[in-house]
Design a protein around this ligand. Sequence first.
Ligand code: WT7
Length: 645
Amino acid sequence: MKKSKIYDVPASIAKEAYINTEKYHTLYKRSIENPDAFWAEQAKEFITWFTPWKSVQSGDFDTLDIRWFSGGKLNACYNCVDRHLKQRKDKIAIIWQGDDPNETLTLTYAELHEKINRFSNVLKNLGVKSGDRVCIYLPMVPEVAIAMLAVARIGAVHSVVFSAFSSDSLKTRILDADCKLLITADEGIRGGKTNPLKKQADKALEKCPNVKQVIVVKRTGGPVPWNKERDVWYHEALQQASSECPAEKLDADSPLFILYTSGSTGKPKGILHATGGYLVYAAITYKYVFNYQEKDIYWCTADIGWVTGHSYLIYGPLLNGATTLMFEGVPHYPTFSRFWEIVDKHQVTIFYTAPTAIRALHKQGDQWVKSTSRKSLKLLGTVGEPINPDAWEWYYRVIGDKRCPIVDTWWQTETGGILITPLPGATPLKPGSAGWPFFGISPDIVDEQGQSVEAGKTGNLIIKKPWPGLMKTIYGDQERFKETYFKTLPGNYLTGDSAERDEDGYFWITGRNDDIIKVSGHRIGSGEIEFILNSHPGIAESAAVAAPDEIKGNSIYAFVTTKSGVQPTQALEKELIQKVRDEIGAHAIIGTIQWAKDLPKTRSGKIMRRLLRKIASDELTDLGDTSTLADPGVVDDLIADKEKM
Ligand code: WT7
């Protein structure tokens, strides 16, 4: 059983918290026992509907035709922006902090509204229609928010691709969603280094004949290749467009966005979120998890290319009429004080980041923090991977001066919003635990047969009932949607994570139990890596697994077998690492390659990854059942080779 210190709710937060412990339990019980009434109330509070819904929820995890707020009509952009104009037109919606510490920009709700309207007309003039997919390959600039919301305004579907992805990854995603138009920038800039986005986009588009138009944001002014028939400058098009574009009235069930994420197999999955349910869920979780108050300055450091950037940089905060800070740069540039200097400069009150960033900054020592004030901070959050108690304590003690609760929020691209989390004011904190389920969420921990396991035992984390934030489907592949999440334990949503629950009902997420590797919180499929390694002419086969890493949480550890006659050299090792980086993107760096004469396989030829994970992690005392191995000697060889490395 996980044991830990308990931190009571700090007095400063308890005073202004929406939810206390008792209220949490009452509301939670109600949300589970009477979900329709609960979600109907939330949908009314957080969303302006053009037409009210007829039924709150229909369908279940057996039939998988789940719908939320059927019959209702709404618009995501209207709810993020127009809805606030009466009360908050001069309130700052977005603070943008450039990579260069001297470059800052703000957009009020009224200014954001005007820019979105113009850009919506640009899109319309270029022929984008309701339901069309638009790919957004932009760095962290305000235009990324404008673009997403404009796409949503006209009823099209955005597919944002992380700007560190390679042209190859971009191409795959554009083709899978059959995007019609691409929005990119000349170059991105992070940590003082430029990233040639337009050039990469051009390369991707060589293989994407259906993309007829490219809109280019001028970020650095660097030289770019230009195709007169196809390319349009963002700023020029914006100037010419009218500033009035009514928001489309869309069905609650209509698609809002596609966001690609890694699965176990090679091909990334286009996670599709529908409008109504997603928005209600993003809005309510934002308010209660961050205890959001009107005057807060909120900063989420996630890139817009990941789901955290969607739900908690744009949609959640803007739906609540908040001020959200967008940061173009990195935590270590120009110095390791960067995050805390930004907190001071913009008087940030709520700060949400990833454990990997905390660990990396912790390692640099307290002096980088102590030189800053951080007095404005009220609440801290983490997301993306388990946070080790050591890093948690440092975050709490040094960054938050023991004044700020930490919300360790567990969720996934597929879940749309936070599912398991402490609520500030309600949940006494246990470092390393993600706390209790959010309202309406029914998690359980079960064994391979689907039986609940007792407290203190590890098992598969599942969710038993639908909630509004859950993805609609995998774009273009309902079969894969069923197979991946609902086949192993029918009637439940399978998260792919292992977890345990302690006697106080706290959830402790222990990591993935499928073939997804979390590196610095980024999700990478072992299948994607293996596909690239195996396509090298010198490679016979490979298996990529996670190995523990002090800073990144995990690193990629690849066992690779060369073809006969091919020497495993250092040069080849370098080449393979580069190949994976080139084909996936800058975040996919293999940490270790171990050459293998053979891989451990069952008699039916399946690679036993479980064993490889143990070898990569140096957990050699208990290898478990190896009786189904075709040749047990392979494992001994791998262990012996590893010791020599
Ligand atoms: C996977 C989902 C959720 C937004 C960003 C990542 C891991 C996420 C936590 C946490 C332990 C966590 C899980 C999950 N994860 N948050 N607080 N504690 N693990 O979204 O890329 O879809 O990854 O991230 O393994 O399944 P994602």
